[in-house]
Design a protein around this ligand. Structure first.
Ligand code: ANZ
Ligand code: ZN
Length: 801
């Protein structure tokens, strides 16, 4: 057979699938369904990244297999298209963000199509389309109606360069997520969604879903439920109590001072009684320059000022204790005040050492002359708590005492804060609220949705952090929907995360003009059976969207309490140098170049073969060449073709075993070992010297989810039918019993694992199996693999540094 001309074959099958609606999800709700979801891309001007290809290839393979297994598969794609980079391009090039968005979406669409992903292109959604954002606004108004939307003046993270208020998550490390400028603190009245009201539901829901363990853990930490107590400390000579939050009421006898946040309102209230108010004001002004991130850093050198004029009284011992202000206590957590126990809290310890405050040991076990002891132990110096050694018992006993004294009670706190839901920029969903002097905040009537973005001349935000919409009189001036008097429209837009908080619902019924999706479609398709995406989205995006979904569930508008039944995540693709791909490092691989040189099938195979799907792996030109060789060998299989409707004696068990392996590995997302098994099988076929039709059909079917174009072409040339329209292959368990042999795996000469491999398995597949072993992964974690030695049927030695 001639050399494989991938570009004509790939174009041919992409056209065929398109013209035959091969991947269109059927509206026949009697079939068993499978809903596979991948994170829809933000269509940036840079076009697609190889990371997108890896992210989508996982469920692409699963979806193709499931269709052959007879499922009605929904595998949709869309564009999360509101956002700053587009708006910044629009400003720079002086063109409308709509045009920039359309241009970028077209670019992404072409790229996705050339890779041959089996998306249902009839269901594409674009969050900036008015038929879509109409429903984003509609859900927002439902939340408003139900008391989940409010405005509040707070200190916000503000990016002076992007001129926007940012959430804590968008300003991690004290830097703007978009432009990396330093964030400053600013007081502003902003919109919030009351996500904290759903904190417990979001935590409890995690018990019912199948997420990767680290995905669950990250969500739990992000919600950050803490159980403890509120305790009131009386202020000496004032009719005042200072309320604190503590997780350790058992350490009450060790309290030797208190610390409040520099912004704590008690300072303003007692200004006149405080002798050193000027020093406190100065300190507060210093702190305003720091981001929350800097303040929570564990720096040993603590700063603070003692309040001269206010003294607290420990409710349990009656002792007088000083009060300080310090930036290590946040106003936004607990009550903004703490009881400090230097003997058993590291931050308090550092502070006490610096300010010469007493340190009283109340828990035995450490050496408090050297450092704080944070472990458990027997209570001492603690009155009626003395002798208790179980932390839980001691906490309960302390709570009992506090409650009896009437100065404390159990309490719960969450790290998660309410969701700052606003942006002062143009390219976002307008918030559909009207401000009326008489009626206050009034919802835009549902029938007036979508509230469209007006045309503007200039997309630049105002220097005061106001949205450019504020400059458009015709938009701002309106009548109050309630009383008809003159009123002003809200000019903030929604944040980036709004559109992606419910997109999985819209895919179920993307063209519905009367509802965000019909109940019937939702009942059939929801929940998403399998959601795959990046680890960077498992907190914000996933928690926000679970919140919106749970809210809609409470209204009876969606049929399931959780949106995603299962969640997995792919690892990053690193540059060839092992570093994160970035423009500045010049190590970015463009998927277009790879497709042009090797074809889409090779690219698809390679991103799944390069390593464990969940782990980061560097790009390697030599491994991609290995995938190319494999594809060429597949193409040449027809040179050895013979007739036959059953597997031949010599290859029968190889086929059954490979079918079992590929079938199971795909479900476990072990794509690399599935591909390795196919590489082994093709070796066996070449060794046998011939392949019959039955075998070739099975081989093409197994390869199809990974490399669909070449599989379709060969299959079609031999059988005259279309592989996408056939069924998956089955195996007989009895024929899968292996001729196996045990080999040892060493890392740097040390025994790490024993593996059962098929006798005479080829080197690549044995090495892949060895690298997939947990113990081997542990031993090579974070190291570069320098050499892989295989002594057939005996041992693998991996040299890693
Ligand atoms: C006394 C104590 C003794 C504490 C001890 C800890 C150890 P989580 O688990 O994160 O909820 N804290 C309370 N509010 C704070 C605020 N606004 N800013 C900074 N720190 C604050 O932690 C709760 C603990 O963090 C509380 O328990 C309090 O210190 C501190 F041996 O109280 B603890
Ligand atoms: Zn009014």
């Amino acid at each position: 057979m001639s050399r494989y001309d991938f570009s004509s074959v790939e174009a041919k099958w992409q056209k065929y699938w398109d013209e035959h609606d091969t991947f269109k999800a059927s509206d026949d709700h009697s079939k068993k369904k499978f809903y596979a979801l991948v994170e829809f891309p933000y269509p940036s001007g840079h076009g697609m990244h190889v990371g997108h290809i890896k992210a989508y290839s996982g469920l692409e393979v699963v979806s193709r297999k499931r269709r052959l297994e007879g499922y009605n598969v929904l595998f949709p794609i869309g564009f999360d298209a509101y956002g700053l980079p587009t708006e910044n391009t629009a400003i720079k090039e002086n063109i409308h963000p709509r045009i920039v968005t359309d241009r970028n979406i077209e670019k992404f669409t072409n790229q996705l199509r050339t890779v041959g992903f089996s998306f249902d292109w009839s269901r594409v959604i674009d969050t900036t389309d008015e038929s879509y954002y109409k429903w984003t606004q509609w859900i927002f108004l439902k939340m408003f109606e139900n008391g989940l939307v409010f405005r509040d003046k707070t200190s916000v993270n503000y990016c002076p360069s992007c001129k926007v208020v940012l959430s804590n998550e968008d300003s991690q490390g004290g830097k703007c997520d978009v432009c990396h400028s330093d964030i400053i603190q600013k007081t502003k009245e902003v919109w919030y969604l009351r996500i904290t009201e759903y904190a417990d539901k979001l935590l409890e829901g995690l018990e019912t879903v199948d997420y990767l363990p680290n995905v669950k853990l990250q969500q739990q930490n992000w919600i950050g439920k803490s159980t403890g107590a509120f305790v009131d400390f009386k202020i000496k000579e004032q009719d005042e109590k200072l309320r604190i939050y503590t997780t350790r009421p058992d350490t009450l006898y060790g309290v030797t001072f208190m610390v409040i946040a520099p912004e704590h309102p008690i300072i303003q209230k007692y200004r006149d009684s405080i002798a050193n108010i000027a020093a406190l004001d100065d300190y507060k002004a210093e702190c305003a320059k720091k981001s929350e991130f800097e303040r929570t850093q564990l720096v040993k050198d603590k700063t603070g000022v003692k309040i001269e004029g206010l003294t607290a009284i420990n409710p349990i011992t009656g002792k007088e204790i000083p009060i300080y202000i310090s930036d290590y206590v946040m106003m936004g957590y607990g009550t903004g005040a703490i009881m400090a126990v230097p003997a058993h809290d590291t931050r308090d310890y550092d502070f006490a050492k610096k300010f010469g405050i007493d340190i009283i040991e109340v828990i035995k076990g450490g050496d408090i002359t050297k450092e704080a002891y944070t472990g458990e132990g027997e209570l001492v110096n603690s009155g009626e708590l003395n002798g208790l050694s179980n932390k839980k018992d001691a906490i309960n006993k302390a709570l009992e005492i506090l409650e009896k004294l009437g100065c404390g009670e159990k309490g719960v706190q969450y790290k998660m804060k309410d969701w700052a839901f606003n942006r002062q920029r143009y390219w976002g969903e307008p918030i559909p609220i009207v401000h009326c002097d008489t009626c206050g905040m009034v919802a835009v009537p549902y029938e007036e949705l979508p509230l469209r973005l007006p045309e503007v001349e200039n997309f630049e935000p105002g220097t005061d952090g106001e949205s450019p919409l504020a400059k458009i009189d015709s938009f701002v001036k309106c009548k109050c929907p309630k009383c008809g008097r003159d009123a002003r429209r809200e000019t903030d837009t929604m944040p980036q995360w709004a559109g992606s908080s419910w997109y999985f619902l819209r895919y179920c019924d993307p063209k519905n003009d009367n509802e965000f999706a019909s109940q019937e479609a939702l009942k059939y398709w929801m929940p998403v059976d399998w959601y795959n995406g990046g680890m960077e989205h498992v907190t914000r995006h996933m928690i926000y969207s679970r919140f919106w979904h749970k809210f809609l569930y409470d209204l009876g508008l969606v049929p399931t309490s959780e949106p995603y039944a299962k969640r997995t995540a792919q690892g990053l693709i690193l540059g060839p140098d092992g570093e994160k791909m970035s423009k500045s490092r010049g190590n970015v691989i463009d998927p277009n170049d790879v497709v042009a040189e090797y074809g889409a099938d090779v690219l698809r195979l390679y991103v799944l073969f390069m390593g464990d799907y969940e782990k980061a792996a560097p790009w390697s030109e030599s491994s991609i060449k290995g995938c190319k060789r494999f594809v060429d060998r597949v193409w040449s299989l027809t040179d050895m073709l013979t007739e036959g409707t059953e597997y031949t004696e010599g290859l029968r068990s190889n086929f059954h075993k490979t079918i079992k392996k590929v079938t199971e590995d795909i479900e476990a997302m072990k794509f690399n070992t599935a591909i390795a098994a196919l590489m082994t099988l093709i070796n066996d076929i070449y060794n046998a010297g011939s392949i019959n039709k039955a075998e070739l059909g099975a081989f093409c079917t197994l390869l199809y989810p990974f490399a669909p174009h070449i599989s379709e072409e060969i299959y079609n040339s031999v059988f005259g039918t279309v592989l996408s329209e056939q069924g998956w292959v089955s195996y007989d368990e009895a024929l899968c019993k292996d001729d196996t042999i045990e080999i040892v795996v060493q890392v740097n000469g040390k025994l790490k694992a024993k593996l059962n491999i098929a006798v005479d398995a080829d080197k690549d597949s044995v090495i892949a199996l060895a690298l997939a072993d947990e113990k081997v992964k542990e031993a090579t974690d974070g190291k570069n693999i320098l050499k892989q030695i295989y002594v057939p049927n005996k041992l693998v030695n991996i040299v890693a540094k």
